[in-house]
Ligand binder design. Structure first.
Ligand code: SF4
Length: 255
């Protein structure tokens, strides 16, 4: 093997690259130490979790293309173990079950809520409590069945006492949702509630400004509307929600 002789351009280049690498490692170490002091929990993830998160960094279009060669159901199921074994954020220690989401892997319409509640945490299924029953009625009102759509949340684990998810929890968990949406590749996403809609659209706008029209979301049309739990507390939201659902129904008919 030819070796670069001392003082050659190649050797100088290698020395510079080595020095730069050491500098980058030093800076990364310093950054992590500072973050640790600020209270950030540094979590060592299992290799399969890293792989899932890395995969989730692909755009939904890329993920859909990756899924096109194989059955979407199979692709979702291959993601499931990483999600169900996830310990990336602190909610892993308080959850009973991970709520992966359920429904039709080939759905044209996906509903996304904020996070599992008590019933969902107990059974590991999305939207099965009172709000879930109302969501079933809403779905049936636009001539669909629950088995026609896919239902999931931004967070896969329940925050204690249903508190609002923290920014860090959302950042940790949202790659899984992106991966799910990339595999299913729905034409329409219905974001249920302020938190889900604001997170997906990266906005602080209130629901009354967001709802009533479709937004572009990575190749899909996203309709924000009120969360079924909010409808149970505020019957005045039923009419605007019905208007949003009618728009979704009309859009689905065009497909
Ligand atoms: S909420 Fe998401 S990121 Fe946090 S432990 Fe559960 S699955 Fe992992």
């Amino acid at each position: 093997m030819l070796r670069p002789y001392e003082g050659s351009d190649k050797m100088k280049h290698d020395e510079n690259a080595g020095a730069e690498l050491l500098e980058v490692i030093g800076l990364a170490k310093k950054f992590l130490e500072q973050e640790k002091k600020r209270g950030l929990e540094i979590v060592r993830m299992k290799p399969e979790t890293w792989l899932a998160v890395e995969d989730a960094a692909r755009s939904p279009a890329e993920a859909a293309a990756a899924a096109s060669g194989k059955d979407r159901d199979e692709a979702l199921e291959s993601l499931r173990p990483a999600v169900e074994g996830c310990t990336t954020c602190a909610l892993a220690s308080t959850r009973t079950n991970v709520v992966f989401g359920q429904g039709n892997p080939n759905a044209k319409l996906v509903f996304v809520g904020e996070a599992p509640g008590a019933d969902e945490d107990a059974q590991g299924l999305a939207f099965i409590g009172r709000a879930g029953k109302l969501l079933t009625k809403i779905i049936e009102a636009i001539d669909l069945k629950r088995s026609d759509v896919f239902i999931c949340n931004i967070l896969k684990c329940r925050p204690p006492n249903n508190r609002t998810p923290t920014t860090q929890e959302v950042e940790c968990c949202i790659p899984y949702l992106r991966e799910q949406l990339g595999i299913i590749n729905p034409a329409i996403i219905c974001a249920l509630g302020n938190s889900a809609a604001q997170t997906l659209l990266e906005t602080k706008s209130p629901m009354n400004r967001m709802r009533g029209r479709f937004h572009e979301f990575e190749g899909a049309r996203l309709m924000p509307t009120y969360h079924p739990a909010a409808l149970l507390r505020n019957p005045q939201y039923k009419r605007p929600t019905w208007e949003d659902m009618q728009m979704i129904q009309k859009e689905l008919k065009k497909l």
